[in-house]
Design a protein around this ligand. Structure first.
Ligand code: ADP
Ligand code: MG
Length: 651
């Protein structure tokens, strides 16, 4: 019986390596044709170029001169992915040192080529199991390589070579690391594969092994010095039936899930390293999320505080500005001004204000308090809420009623006992008896706000009983909701200037204050967030750093994957997924840390709470994955650009 058609045709193939200034020529002028179904042994001294030849035949390496055709296809014209496809589909490589992946079981190792071929998990597992069974490894299929003997590991690597039903088996000193009995066993398997119709090329030192081949090629110093010639081969090779490849989408999905699984496996194998990598991301994300929450919490607190200023109010004071020395003596701001203002269409509420201070007595307690004489619209105008009791009304103002609304501060210092109802109690301010009719929330900001004790009385009462004067300290105007505060301010100014004949007052616009404070808070939040983003960036660079180290540590693994047919994109995908996973898990842990920080913060202070927004949390996860992609890209690309032979040599 004659051999099949030529599969492998080398014409004038040479291989040189640069060595300093010169080049080393490892192979020169190799002419070799191997036909389908042949069993070829390649022999020669160590360093004669046997492995180099095998790597070229197996498309792991490219010749630097000459032509190499596989079934008539010129390999020089193939791109890296097409070469990967040849390694995956046409060749099964068996190495002297097995080159199994230590994190995977025998079964897992055997099925790798089928993963890159896009075969579904169930079918490839079944076939890998059947192959291991055939090679007498059924019992051991769930063992890791470290738990197997050399001969057993070599049988796993044979199963891997057969996984995609390769037409050509390339075995580079497959028995070199085995004891003689295991070596015989492996040889028997190779002979069986040959008998099935496969083309087998074996490199060996051992003349007894070479004697069993039909054709022996001897290499010396990079040249073929002897070729026993093509021998009769067994019958036509069996029709190859490549594994049923599922649809393109399915195949892509299979490769993706596999890359994902590998990324998880490798993270599990290097727990500490993965955690340390994550730490940068955890700290970055935790600080971004808590800083944003802190910013939001303090902003809401500030907003709550400035709501004490009332909504859209104008406060009109006598004098030119705060601190005008004469303002105490300026008596031009009068009740008639307030009445004139109250009839304006842009005014929602108006209240005159006079101020006095008095010593407040109740029982044995004596405290200093601010007396604020106000109109009945005061509470409405300033947005001050009555939490208990009621406010005085127009009748109270007319009658100069000795009714008082106290603020929370005053209630707390005069009536510390919560069970005492302050409503109806009579307190003494200087020598004036005042009946408590209501409790108002304390104004946090603005004049008279904060820590002082404030009492609200009808301004008529304060004028008559405490001041003996009818001039006002200020007039507070609440601008109607649909009117622009700035326009209202102009109108008020025009009206009062006209009434007084001169501008002897000034107006404080709370809307402006609010805007200023809000803008300041926002600027501050932005600043802190920028710092947090920088820490996130540093975390990302940490990820890139560790991923680069990880790639250089795993060169051998990458080489093995490429040798069994992984595309560049498969390698890239695996390392990118790993980077993204590290970052995303780090992101989730970072968010958990931020929430924990918020809880701890809540226990330490009640000043204000952290306010988390689902938006910022989502953004944190998104930016963590983005960092994974951005900073994982360079290492992943480096990994995918590795040269398969150089990578394998590191194994
Ligand atoms: P064999 O398998 O026959 O022992 P090899 O093919 O591995 O021999 O190597 C043949 C020669 O090529 C050796 O002298 C080796 O040092 C050299 N060689 C192999 N790979 C490289 C390389 N990447 N760079 C430089 N020289 C190399
Ligand atoms: Mg060698």
């Amino acid at each position: 019986m004659s051999a099949g058609g030529p599969i492998i045709e080398l014409r004038g193939v040479g291989r040189e390596y640069p060595a300093g200034e010169n080049t080393v020529t490892v192979l020169r002028d190799i002419d070799l044709t191997i036909r389908a179904g042949e069993f070829v042994a390649v022999i020669g001294a160590s360093g004669s170029g046997k492995s180099t030849l095998m790597n070229i035949i197996g498309c792991l390496d490219r010749p630097s001169a000459g032509s190499y055709r596989i079934k008539g296809r010129e390999t020089a014209r193939l791109d890296p992915d097409e070469l990967a496809a040849l390694r995956r589909e046409s060749f099964g490589f068996i190495f002297q040192r097995y080159h199994l992946l230590g994190e995977l079981t025998a079964l897992g190792n055997a099925e790798i080529p089928a993963i890159y071929a896009g075969e579904s998990p169930a079918s490839r597992r079944a076939r890998a199991g059947a192959l291991l069974d055939r090679l007498g490894m059924a019992e051991r299929s769930h063992h890791l390589p470290g738990q197997l003997s050399g001969g057993q590991q070599q049988r796993v690597s044979i199963a891997r070579a057969l996984m995609n039903n390769a037409e050509v088996i390339l075995a580079d000193e497959p028995t070199g690391a085995l004891d003689s009995q295991s070596g015989q066993e492996v040889l028997r398997i190779l002979e069986e594969l040959h008998a099935e119709g496969r083309t087998v090329v074996i490199v060996t030192h051992d003349p007894t092994i070479a004697a069993r081949a039909e054709r022996v090629i001897e290499i010396s110093d990079g040249r073929i010095i002897r070729d026993s010639g093509a021998a009769a081969a067994p019958g036509a090779p069996e029709a190859r039936h490549p594994p049923a490849s599922s649809g393109l989408i399915r195949a892509l999905w299979t490769r993706f899930t596999e890359a994902f699984r590998m990324a998880v496996l490798s993270m599990r194998a290097h727990k500490l390293r993965s955690f340390l990598t994550m730490l940068g991301i955890i700290i970055g994300i935790a600080s971004v999320v808590s800083v944003v929450a802190l910013g939001e919490g303090s902003r809401q607190k500030v907003l709550e505080n400035i709501s004490g200023l009332g909504t859209n109010t104008l406060e009109i004071f006598a004098g030119r500005d705060f601190g005008d020395m004469r303002s105490g003596r300026i008596t031009t701001l009068v009740v008639a001004d307030a009445q004139a203002l109250s009839s304006q269409s842009y005014v929602a509420a108006v209240t005159p204000t006079v101020n006095a201070s008095a010593t407040l007595r109740f029982g044995a307690t004596a405290v200093n308090a601010q007396l604020r004489g106000v109109g009945e619209q005061y509470f409405d105008a300033t947005g001050t809420t009555i939490s208990q009791g009621r406010a005085f009304d127009a009748a109270g103002l007319r009658d100069m009623a000795q009714d008082v609304v106290i603020d929370e501060n005053t209630r707390a210092s005069l009536f510390p006992d919560e069970s005492v109802d302050p409503i109806g109690q009579v307190v003494l301010a200087d020598n004036v008896m005042l009946r408590v009719i209501g409790v108002a929330s304390t104004r946090q900001m603005g004049p008279g706000g904060g820590q002082s004790l404030s009492l609200y009385l009808p301004y008529t009462t304060v004028q008559a009983r405490f001041l003996g004067s009818t001039s006002l300290a200020s007039i507070t105007v609440r601008v109607a909701d649909d009117v622009d505060t700035a326009l209202a301010e102009q109108a008020v100014e025009a009206l009062l200037t006209q009434r007084h004949g001169t501008k002897d007052f000034f107006i404080v616009n709370t809307d402006e204050i609010r805007q200023t404070i809000t803008a300041t808070t926002r600027t501050l939040s932005l600043l802190i967030a920028a710092i947090a983003v920088i820490s996130l960036l540093v975390g990302g660079i940490g990820v890139m750093n560790i991923m680069l180290v990880s790639v250089s540590e795993r060169v051998a693994e990458i080489g093995v994957r490429m040798a069994v047919g992984a595309r560049r994109s498969d390698i890239m995908q695996q390392f990118l997924i790993e980077a993204v996973l590290v970052c995303m898990i780090g992101g989730v842990l970072g968010i958990a840390a931020a929430l924990g920080f918020g809880a701890a913060f809540g226990r330490m202070t009640s000043e204000f709470a952290l306010v988390y927004s689902s938006g910022s949390i989502l953004a944190a996860v998104a930016s963590a994955s983005l960092i994974g992609v951005a900073f994982g890209f360079l290492p992943a690309r480096n990994a995918s650009r590795l040269d398969p032979v150089a990578a394998l040599a590191k194994g």
